[in-house]
Design a protein. Structure first.
Length: 233
């Protein structure tokens, strides 16, 4: 389904990004397919009306990324993200849904989604986010960042008690370093991490430098990849 039109400036850097679009509303799904397929750096290779169809399309077409709605019949976006992460870990998951303050935000990000956008995003923003997700970067709607910050600053009691019994983080990471690494993997900046954990930016920077050294990460992209591989992000 390759098309022509004004792109994001990435079309000269390689072949188009192969994408599957999953949304239960036919008008929205078809509109996204037509809109994105006009960009020369994207090739929409399949579409799905629910989570099960999304899994089938990914298995059939082996795309680079999937644009995934949350609230779908048969299998919702959160469960689809969980299955995709387990069965197709190389496929970048970008959630595109209506409400950024949805209760499913954290569950979906924990399930493996790399980015979270709302449906008022324009096609260039969506395309850039898809490329960023494939490169290992996270792009989050501001309200999603606020949700993550709130969750980090005030974890539920159950999570806090479970943390005392959790296994030690890998490679000599302290629990604080593992916590910060998880927020790095979610795309938070040093300033946002500092605000969430009530730390100074210098303290956060010091922790991140130690995380890089212990995990052998050269940059935040590599650190985010390490976090996902070890279940920390």
């Amino acid at each position: 389904m390759s098309g022509t039109g004004t792109g994001t400036g990435r079309d000269a850097e390689g072949p188009p990004l192969r994408v599957v679009v999953a949304d239960d509303q036919a008008s929205v799904r078809e509109g996204l397919v037509l809109m994105l397929d006009l960009l020369p750096d994207l090739d929409v290779v399949g579409s799905a009306a629910n989570g099960e169809e999304a899994l089938e399309q990914v298995a059939r077409h082996r795309p680079d990324a999937i644009l995934l709605d949350l609230h779908m019949p048969v299998m919702d976006g959160t469960e689809a993200a969980r299955r995709l992460t387990a069965e197709h870990p190389d496929v970048a998951i970008v959630v595109l849904t209506t409400y950024a303050d949805d209760r499913s935000v954290l569950d979906t990000l924990r399930a493996g989604a790399r980015s979270y956008l709302t449906k008022d995003a324009d096609r260039l923003h969506i395309a850039q986010t898809l490329h960023s997700a494939v490169a290992g970067l996270s792009v989050l709607h501001p309200q999603v960042r606020a949700t993550l910050l709130a969750a980090a600053a005030d974890p539920p009691p159950a999570a806090a008690s479970e943390g005392n019994e959790a296994a030690e983080p890998p490679d000599g990471l302290t629990r604080r370093e593992a916590e910060i690494l998880g927020l790095v993997a979610r795309g938070l900046t040093n300033s946002e991490i500092a605000a969430a954990l009530f730390l100074s930016r210098n303290t956060v920077k010091t922790h991140i430098n130690r995380v890089f050294a212990k995990t052998g990460s050269r940059d935040r992209i590599a650190a985010a990849r390490y976090a996902r591989e070890h279940g920390l992000g």
